[in-house]
Design a protein around this ligand. Sequence first.
Ligand SMILES: NC(=O)c1ccc[n+]([C@@H]2O[C@H](COP(=O)([O-])OP(=O)(O)OC[C@H]3O[C@@H](n4cnc5c(N)ncnc54)[C@H](O)[C@@H]3O)[C@@H](O)[C@H]2O)c1
Length: 311
Amino acid sequence: MTGAVGQIGTELVQALREKYGRDSVIAAGHTTKPTKEFRDSGPFVYLNVADREQIARIVVENQIDTVYHMASILSAVGEMNPQLCYEVNMGGLYNVLEVVRQHKLERIITASSIAAFGAGVPRDNVPDDSVLLPSTMYGVTKVCTELLGQYYFRKYGVDFRCVRLPGVIGSETMPGGGTTDYSVEMYYAAAQGKHYTCFVREDTVLPMIYMPDTVKALIDLACAQNSRLTHRVYNVHSMSFSAGDLAQSIRKGVPDFSCEYKPDYRQAIADSWPRSLDDSSARQDWGWKPVFGLSEMTEDMIEKLQQKVAK
Ligand SMILES: NC(=O)c1ccc[n+]([C@@H]2O[C@H](COP(=O)([O-])OP(=O)(O)OC[C@H]3O[C@@H](n4cnc5c(N)ncnc54)[C@H](O)[C@@H]3O)[C@@H](O)[C@H]2O)c1
């Protein structure tokens, strides 16, 4: 797995190790200093996805058959540094696809994002096959990810599979610079008894997904029977709520939680994204069904984060 120490990678590595065994999953992270806990949980290697030789070496030395490609620069960081975003997201994907093709690996699974949509798209219930006109560099790289993966599938038979994810909320690591980070930050602030200043308006509604469902979606799509797949890229939807709804939900468990709203440059990014997705193909083709809604997620997040804070 590339991007293994990221927000999703950290929990996906853990889930895959539970499923396939500790030594069957090689965590490749863009850091020389993973936490002790991470290092102790199984094999770890350093990887910069800009280096194709390094990817190929890791694949050959470890007899890799499947790549989960999670290395990426996210939306907010990407708008601060579009050149880096292009290099990592496009260069990294191209290198990984080439290694998958040249070494005849079985499969590549990766994540696109609601950022792939943009102006001219209805904001609700957006279908899989929609117009993709993103206004951010991150969105542009996600559209290219989807198109390049589908090209490799058609041209070379590479088994490319991709989920278009909403904003991801998880308790294990802080998010990596995306526009939906406010949701995770709000939970952290509440668990620490702190006031939170939210960087989008209170009425900003975005689609979100809890980490256990995110991990489930990626693994279920990876394991789905190829003949059942009618798409290479699938929308997955879970829940939609406003920043204000989230604060209200948190107050049910943390009544003193206080929050104010001071939108910054990320508001424009959020405003260009849809509020909900039509994920009926994922449901039909590979049985996608999320487990968590807003209240179940809030209960679980607050409990986990309060335990962390107490340690
Ligand atoms: N988190 C979300 O809300 C969200 C939503 C939709 C889609 N996604 C997608 O899911 C995937 C994983 O995202 P995440 O939330 O874990 O992001 P993250 O930022 O937490 O993790 C990405 C990882 O990529 C690594 N990375 C950066 N440059 C690299 C390089 N040159 N070589 C190798 N690794 C490098 C970073 O070190 C980081 O650990 C990405 O494709 C992202 O676009 C995430």
